[in-house]
Design a protein around this ligand. Structure first.
Ligand code: DGY
Length: 423
C-alpha cells in the first residue's frame, strides 16, 4: 500500500474541507457539488466515518420538498464562480441550483455502512438518510421519466456531470443561443480555457437555465418543456445501482417497504436498459428522447453502464471494448474514443480520464468477473497520480494534468483504491 500517496490524498481532502462539506477544489468550484460530495464521502470513510456521514447529511439537508437534491449548494457567497445564485433564482433559504446530478448517494451510503468500523454510528446515520435518498430516487422516476419508460432523462448537460460530452452535440445544437443575458465566465480564469467547454456551449447551458427559471423551476413542467432530454446509460446505471444498493441497506435496517420499492425501480430500470445497447460499437449509447433516436457516440457513458448489474455477456463486451481503447491510449479509461474524430484529450469530457468514473467502472467489472481489466483501470489510475498529482482529469495519452488541481474526489478515489489493496 502506498501510504505516502494516501497521506497526500488526505491532505488534499482536509484542505478542501469546509467543516460540514467539501469544495471540489479551491477557486474553480467554491461550493458543495452533489456527486462530488457523495463520492468524496467514501474516501472520508476510510479515515473518519463521522465526517463521511456528515458530508452526505449536509447535501440532503438542502433537498427540495419535491425530493430533488440539487447539483450545487451555494453555502457562502463567492464571486469567483458563474453562474451563481443570482442566475438560478431558485428561492431557497440557502441558495441552490435547480437541477440535479448523478444519484451516487445511495451507492455511497451502502458502501460506507457495509464497511463501518463503528456499526452503531453507521446504523443511526444510515437510518436517518434512508427515506431521504429514497425520496430522491422516487423524484427521478416521477419527474424525469414522466411517461413511465423505466429510464430517466437529464434535461441539462450539467446534470450528467459529463458537461461537454460528444454525446450531447446534436441534441445541444437544438438549444438556442439567442436572447441569453450577457455574462462573463469565471471558470476560464481558474483553468486553461483549452481544457474547458466552449463559449458557444456556455451560452446554451445558460439558455436552458433561463428557460427553466422562467418555468418557475416547476418539475411537473421541466421535462416535457426542455428541448434537451437525453437518456444517458451512465446516469441511469448509477441510479439503478443506487436503487439496488438502497434496497440492501433498507433490508439491513428493517425498512422492508423502502427495500421493496427500491428493488422494483432497479428491476424496471435494468429491463429497459437493454434498449440502449449498440451491437456494432459493443457498448451502450445515449437515447436522444426529444428526437426519439439513439446516439451513435463511443463515449464513456456507455461503459459506465457496467456499474449496474448488466448481463454478463454485456460486461464482457465492455471489458473487450476497453481493451480496444487501450490500443490507442496509455491510460484507461478515456472519456471518448481516441480514434473518433471528435476526440479531444484535454477538453473536459471529450477525451480525458476521470478517476471517479474509473472507480465505478472497475467496481462494476470486478463484480461481473472481469478482474483483469478492472485491475488495469485501477493501476492506470494510480500511475496517473504518480506522474501528475491530484488533478481534476488527465490526458489519456500524455498524462498531462488538466482542469483544476488538488481535487477532492480524485484524492478520495486514490484513498479508496489504495486502501482496497488491489492495485
Ligand atoms: C461547472 O461549473 O463547470 C460545473 O461542471 C457545472 O456543474
Amino acid at each position: 500500500m502506498r501510504q505516502d500517496l494516501i497521506d497526500q490524498a488526505r491532505d488534499v481532502m482536509r484542505k478542501n474541507d469546509r467543516g460540514t462539506y467539501t469544495v471540489p477544489t479551491h477557486g474553480l468550484y467554491p461550493f458543495q457539488w452533489n456527486w462530488d460530495s457523495a463520492l468524496s464521502a467514501i474516501g472520508f470513510a476510510r479515515f473518519d466515518e463521522d465526517r463521511a456521514w456528515t458530508e452526505i447529511e449536509t447535501l440532503f439537508a438542502h433537498q427540495w420538498d419535491d425530493g430533488m437534491v440539487p447539483h450545487i449548494i451555494f453555502h457562502k457567497p463567492d464571486d469567483g464562480y458563474f453562474p451563481g445564485p443570482e442566475v438560478w433564482q431558485t428561492n431557497r433559504p440557502v441558495p441552490t441550483t435547480g437541477i440535479t446530478q448523478p444519484a451516487v448517494a445511495g451507492f455511497a451510503a451502502r458502501r460506507i455502512y457495509d464497511r463501518a468500523v463503528d456499526p452503531v454510528l453507521a446504523a443511526d446515520r444510515a437510518r436517518a438518510l434512508l427515506p431521504r435518498i429514497h425520496a430522491w430516487h422516487e423524484w427521478f422516476y416521477r419527474y424525469r421519466d414522466p411517461h413511465g419508460t423505466g429510464l430517466v432523462a437529464i434535461i441539462h448537460p450539467w446534470e450528467s456531470g459529463r458537461d461537454n460530452s460528444v454525446d450531447w452535440d446534436d441534441a445541444f445544437a437544438r438549444v438556442p443561443t439567442e436572447g441569453v443575458a450577457p455574462f462573463q465566465r469565471r471558470d476560464t480564469a481558474h483553468a486553461d480555457p483549452a481544457h474547458r467547454p466552449t463559449d458557444e456551449q456556455y451560452k446554451r447551458y445558460i439558455w436552458l437555465v433561463e428557460h427553466f427559471r422562467n418555468l418557475g423551476w416547476d418539475n411537473t413542467k421541466l421535462h416535457d418543456a426542455s428541448p434537451f432530454r437525453m437518456v444517458d446509460p451512465g446516469f441511469n446505471a448509477i441510479l439503478i445501482r443506487s436503487c439496488a444498493d438502497l434496497a440492501v441497506l433498507a433490508d439491513n435496517l428493517g425498512e422492508s417497504e423502502i427495500a421493496r420499492q427500491s428493488r422494483a425501480f432497479a428491476e424496471r430500470g435494468a429491463k429497459a436498459f437493454e434498449s440502449l445497447w449498440n451491437g456494432p460499437l459493443g457498448q451502450y449509447v445515449c437515447l436522444d428522447r426529444a428526437a426519439s433516436k439513439l446516439v451513435d457516440s463511443p463515449s464513456i457513458g456507455g461503459l459506465l453502464a457496467a456499474f449496474c448489474a448488466i448481463p454478463r455477456d454485456r460486461a464482457a463486451a465492455i471489458a473487450a471494448r476497453i481493451g480496444t481503447l487501450a490500443e490507442s491510449a496509455r491510460f484507461m479509461v478515456p472519456s471518448h474514443d481516441p480514434e473518433a474524430a471528435e476526440y479531444d484529450g484535454k477538453r473536459y469530457w471529450r477525451g480525458p480520464v476521470w478517476l471517479i468514473v474509473n472507480y465505478m467502472i472497475a467496481d462494476g467489472l470486478m463484480a461481473a468477473g472481469q478482474e483483469a481489466i478492472a485491475q488495469r483501470i485501477e493501476t492506470d489510475s494510480i500511475r496517473l497520480i504518480e506522474e501528475s498529482g491530484f488533478a481534476e482529469y488527465y490526458d489519456p495519452i500524455t498524462a498531462e494534468p488538466c482542469g483544476g488541481s488538488n481535487f477532492t474526489w480524485t484524492a478520495a478515489m486514490v484513498i479508496e483504491i489504495l486502501s482496497a489493496e488491489r492495485t
